[in-house]
Every structure is written in C-alpha cells, then in structure tokens.
Design a protein around this ligand. Structure first.
Ligand SMILES: C[S@@+](CC[C@H](N)C(=O)[O-])C[C@H]1O[C@@H](n2cnc3c(N)ncnc32)[C@H](O)[C@@H]1O
Length: 286
C-alpha cells in the first residue's frame, strides 16, 4: 500500500534573493542573497516532505533493486535527494546549472559524481544510467518535454524515469478565505520568473509525449496534526515575500504583511489550511 506522504504545504518558491521585512516599518530591506547553505537547509526540508513517496516509488520503479547502480538526478541542487538514494546505488550522478550548489552536493554523498550543465542538453552518452529522476525541477525549465526526452535517452531500456515532485499552484487550497489571494499572487510571481505554476497537472501528458511506457502518476497527500511549524513557515514566507515584491507590480508590502499576520494568527488558532497539490510521475524506457 502507498503510505500517504507528509503534507505538501510548501509555498515552495525558488528565487535567488532573500528579503525580510521590518514589522514596524514598511520599507523593504534586502538583507543578503540566500547562501547555498540556506538553500541546502530548504532543499533538505523539501526532501523530507517527499521521503514517504520515494519509499513507495523506488521499489516500484526498480530503484531498490540491487542491479540499479547508476542513477542520475537532473537539477540535483545541493544533493538532498542524491544523499538519500538506496545504498545499492554506487554511482549517484547529479547535474545542475549552479556550481555553488554542486560544491555542497559533492560533500553530501561520497557516491556523487557531479556535472555543471543544462538539463535541456544532458551531457551524457545514450543509455548509461539505470534510472534518471528529478525533484522540483520541471516547473523551472523552459522546455520540460525536452528534459524528459533527454532523461529517457540517457537511461537504458527497461530503466525508469521519475519526476518525484512537481507542484500545481492552480490547485492551491488556502483557508481562512482571506488568504486565498496568496495563491493568485504566487502564480503571477512564478510566471514572471519564467516558471510554470501549473506544471503538476501537465506531468502525465509530458511523460506520455516523451515516449515513456507504463506511466504511473499521482498526487502527494497530506496529513496534519498539532500546530504547523511556524519557524519552517517563516522561511517559506521570506521566499514568498521576496518573489512577490520583486516580481509583482500589483502587490504592495503592507498587503503582504497583512496576509502574513493573518496566516500566523490562523496558524496559532489551529485553523490554517495550506495545501499545494504536488504531482509525481514515472515511466519505463523502452
Ligand atoms: C527547486 S531546486 C531543487 C533541487 C533538488 N532537486 C532538490 O530537490 O533538492 C531546482 C534546481 O534545479 C536547478 N535548475 C534549474 N534549471 C536548470 C537547468 N536548466 N539545468 C540544470 N539545472 C537546473 C536549479 O539550479 C536548482 O538547483
């Protein structure tokens, strides 16, 4: 049985700057760029949200099979997922555009073999991997079909291609109602950054178009108990604030602060619901 994974309640932005707000003053203050170590903390948290999904998918897709030794993660970031590949994997190849991220990934797992490069032009020979996967990547790339076709090309016949987590912000649920504006703001912000906020719903079709067979798709579930971790939510807010105020002409800083205060008070009352459907898909290479 598929154990429902941890809640996908991430605001899940991915912008390059970290801003914060002085609560007594509505001026925006740039503190500093988010460091690679900050991103690693964030990516590690996201990897924890999808751990139960991997525990379900890896055996199904053959990644837990001792014969699956060479695995590629495209857009591996700081290596949060590479470090959690099954022990039987002997080569954990990772590719990312960001050299600073790759430096951290090298430290996170001795099996890692890292390459700086573009997911749209994978620099590997055909059929060299037993499996290729990605995690929170496809929404950020200009042509996700091209990326999936590349992943299929570098995977041997019979191997698996997996997209472990692609959010769909069009299906975002916010409660109380006053917080519903956040979803629309976030979609606008992501579009302005060149991302596709509706990637999740497109995933199944893209897998079929890429020629993958026996495609299985699904959505991560959610369970909540007790009060959400506001400290974790603060970090999500910092990214959202940065994204919104950087990219939106229609959202003002006081509006953002008002919604943040509402979010916090609803969270403290135990009323807050935030759910972003996050899709996965995998298929076989023929
Ligand atoms: C949201 S992060 C996810 C990182 C990692 N997969 C994880 O889950 O911890 C997206 C990653 O994709 C990388 N990325 C974005 N576009 C890329 C491209 N065209 N080629 C390679 N990497 C890319 C970014 O540098 C970043 O590390």
């Amino acid at each position: 049985m598929f154990p429902p994974p941890l809640p996908s309640d991430s605001i899940c932005g991915y912008s390059r700057l970290w801003y914060t707000f002085d609560d007594t003053n509505t001026s925006r203050q740039q503190i500093m760029p988010l460091t690679p170590a900050d991103w690693h903390t964030r990516f590690t948290r996201q990897a924890a949200w999808t751990r139960a999904l991997r525990a379900y998918l890896f055996p199904r897709a053959g990644l837990a099979n001792p014969k699956t030794r060479r695995v590629l993660e495209v857009g591996c970031g700081t290596g949060a997922i590479l470090a959690e590949l099954p022990e039987s994997v002997t080569l954990a190849a990772g590719l990312d555009l960001d050299f600073a991220f790759l430096s951290l990934a090298q430290r996170s797992d001795s099996r890692a073999r890292l390459t700086q490069g573009d997911a749209l032009a994978l620099p590997y020979a055909d059929r060299v991997f037993d499996a290729a996967l990605c995690h929170f990547l496809l929404l950020w790339v200009a042509d996700p079909l091209q990326v999936l076709r590349g992943m299929a090309r570098v995977t041997r016949p019979g191997g698996a291609v997996l997209a472990l987590a692609e959010p769909d912000y069009g299906g975002r649920v916010d409660f109380p109602e006053e917080l519903a504006a956040l979803g629309a703001w976030q979609r606008e912000s992501l579009r302005r950054q060149g991302a596709d906020p509706l990637m999740g719903r497109r995933l199944a079709g893209l897998f079929h178009k890429a020629g993958l067979k026996n495609v299985e798709t699904g959505v991560l579930g959610g369970q909540w108990s007790g009060f959400p971790d506001w400290e974790a939510r603060e970090s999500e807010w910092a990214v959202l604030e940065s994204d919104l105020t950087q990219t939106s002409e229609t959202v003002s800083i006081p509006e953002v602060q008002k919604l943040k205060a509402l979010d916090r008070s609803a969270t403290e009352r135990g009323e807050r619901v935030l759910f972003v459907p996050t899709f996965y898909a995998w298929g076989r290479v023929v």
